[in-house]
Ligand binder design. Structure first.
Ligand code: ADE
Length: 230
């Protein structure tokens, strides 16, 4: 899978070198290319923003560098998915991550300031499938941290990136519920005991207990996830 990132802060993505995704890149499972949007400016100051038409606070990212950058990274690619992280986008979920991992080519366009000139999204839609995606109902300073989160969520679903594929199946959100609690040795620690059922060796009872814990947790912490089932 190929991922291109367009940003004015390429160094934000240096951490992709470490950890699981670094290994995935080394193994050739994931080809991430991070580009400085300013490479597609042509003035001495490498300007990427300007004041908004109609007035208002802040600066808006100019369309021209985005147009050239999108042309360059999508050249030769069959309609990639072009993601613009935005608090005004649709919610990114595990379901989105599973859909994105099926694509061969993802492009992340990281906006800063008050946003990107709206015409860029219309133009991008002529090159690929445009998705404005939000991480949640809060505002970050720009798309970089959101893009990193999405790259990690998608990257770890690439077959071979996570060592034991079973661990992908049993985690939070894969079955619409939060994950059950986990314990390891010792069975008693500072007065806290591991639930006895987990030491029973009764696999049926353990599976039933875990499912019940998933439901309890989800009802308590994220009742919004259960609305379809109740
Ligand atoms: N950019 C700024 N805030 C964001 C958010 N909540 N999600 C995605 N991108 C963003």
């Amino acid at each position: 899978m190929r991922i291109d990132v367009l940003t004015i802060f390429p160094s934000f993505f240096d951490v992709l070198e470490v950890s699981l995704l670094g290994k995935a890149r080394g193994a050739g499972l994931l080809d991430v290319r991070v580009h400085d949007l300013r490479d597609w400016t042509h003035d001495r100051h490498r300007t990427v923003d300007d004041t908004p038409y109609g007035g208002g606070a802040g600066m808006v990212m100019k369309p021209e560098p985005w147009g050239e950058a999108l042309d360059a990274v999508t050249a030769g690619s069959e309609r990639p998915v072009i993601v613009f992280p935005s608090p005004a986008g649709e919610l990114f979920t595990q379901r989105t991550a599973r859909a994105f991992v099926e694509t061969d080519h993802l492009v992340f366009g990281c906006g800063r300031y008050e946003g990107i000139d709206e015409r860029v999204f219309a133009y991008a839609a002529t090159l690929g499938e445009v998705r404005l995606m939000s991480l949640g109902d809060y505002v970050l300073n720009g798309g970089e941290v959101a893009a990193m989160a999405m790259i990690e969520a998608v990257g770890r679903l690439i077959p071979g990136v996570v060592g034991n594929p079973d661990s992908l199946v049993e985690e939070s959100h894969e079955d619409g519920l939060l994950e059950y609690p986990s314990y390891t040795k010792p069975s008693a620690w500072r007065g806290y005991e591991v639930p006895p059922v987990l030491l029973s060796g009764n696999h049926g009872a353990i599976a039933a207990w875990r499912h019940e814990q998933q439901l309890l947790r989800t009802r308590e912490r994220r009742p919004d996830l259960l609305v379809d089932e109740e």
